[in-house]
Each structure stands twice: as structure tokens, then as C-alpha cells.
Design a protein around this ligand. Structure first.
Ligand code: FES
Ligand code: FES
Length: 159
């Protein structure tokens, strides 16, 4: 039997503990150990962005990070985005603009867009497109997503 590592980490503000194997990814630990299945696996090779989370405020592909590396870190996933019944403005604007279809990519887009707006509350369309270049969606098309992010940014600035 392979060795298991004990990890204590914070996810969406709550402290969690899990046991993982050395080669297990953070994505797998979130989904299989913590049962937080909102973070999706698209490619498992760092190409699609579906598995995006933030770790200590930095946007990362959780399929490329080992679960053991989350020790002592603060992870934010899509499950922490709404506050109770109240959706985050980005979530509302994705609905308003119909910026999603299958939804596999959507959590990653939302996490990435939130990370952008935390750094840059007033991005240009070009900046949004560049920032989201690591997130792939094959069924909606990017225009509605970009419009939703710009609209949410404006609302969050009170514009
Ligand atoms: S599943 Fe991680 S980048 Fe695609
Ligand atoms: S909504 Fe289907 S891949 Fe993005």
C-alpha cells in the first residue's frame, strides 16, 4: 500500500484535513477527498483552465499542483464564490448573458475572472481576453463570457 500524506489546508475559509498520495493532484483531492466537485477536470494537462482555483490568491491549474503542496495554504474554489443564496456578480452576469452551456468550463472561467477583477477592477476587453486565454470553452463562444465579465466589472465598480 502506498504511503499517504496528511495535509491540513484552508478551503473557502474553512479548515480541512485529508490524506493523499504523493502523486495525487490538488484537483483530485478537492473532488475525491473533500467532495468539492465544482472544480472540473477538462484536460488534466494544464491546457484548458477548467480546474482553476486560487491558492493564496494566485490563480493556478489544480490539475498541475500536487495535493501535498496545499499544506498550510488557502485555497478558493467555485463553492466559495456565492455567499449563501447570494450569487457573486460574475455568476449573475454569466446567467444574464447566457455565458455558459455545458458548464464544464464555467467554474474555471468564474474563478479566473474573479482573480482578474481582484487585480484589475477596470479591465479593457483586450485585457479580459488575454487573462482568460488559459480557459477554453468549446460550446458557448467567448463573446458572451467576455461581455459578462465586463458587465460584472462595471457593476462591481458601481458604474
Ligand atoms: S484540467 Fe487542469 S488545465 Fe485542464
Ligand atoms: S460552456 Fe461548454 S465548454 Fe464552456
Amino acid at each position: 500500500m502506498s504511503k499517504k500524506y496528511h495535509v491540513t489546508t484552508t478551503v473557502n475559509g474553512d479548515e480541512y484535513e485529508y490524506l493523499c498520495e504523493a502523486q495525487q493532484t490538488l484537483l483530485d483531492a478537492l473532488r475525491d477527498e473533500l467532495m468539492l466537485s465544482g472544480t472540473k477536470e477538462g484536460c488534466a494537462t494544464g491546457d484548458c483552465g477548467a480546474c482553476s482555483v486560487t491558492v493564496d490568491g494566485r490563480l493556478v491549474c489544480s490539475c498541475l499542483m500536487l495535493a501535498v503542496e496545499a499544506e498550510g495554504k488557502s485555497v478558493a474554489t467555485i463553492e466559495g464564490m456565492a455567499q449563501g443564496e447570494t450569487l457573486h456578480p460574475l455568476q449573475r452576469k454569466f446567467l444574464d448573458h447566457a455565458a455558459l452551456q455545458c458548464g464544464i468550463c464555467t467554474p474555471g472561467f468564474l474563478i479566473a475572472a474573479k482573480a482578474l477583477l481582484e487585480r484589475n477592477p477596470e479591465p479593457t476587453e483586450t485585457e479580459v481576453r488575454y487573462w482568460l486565454a488559459g480557459n477554453l470553452c468549446r460550446c458557448t463562444g467567448y463573446d458572451k463570457i467576455v461581455r459578462a465579465v465586463l458587465d460584472a466589472a462595471a457593476e462591481m465598480r458601481g458604474a
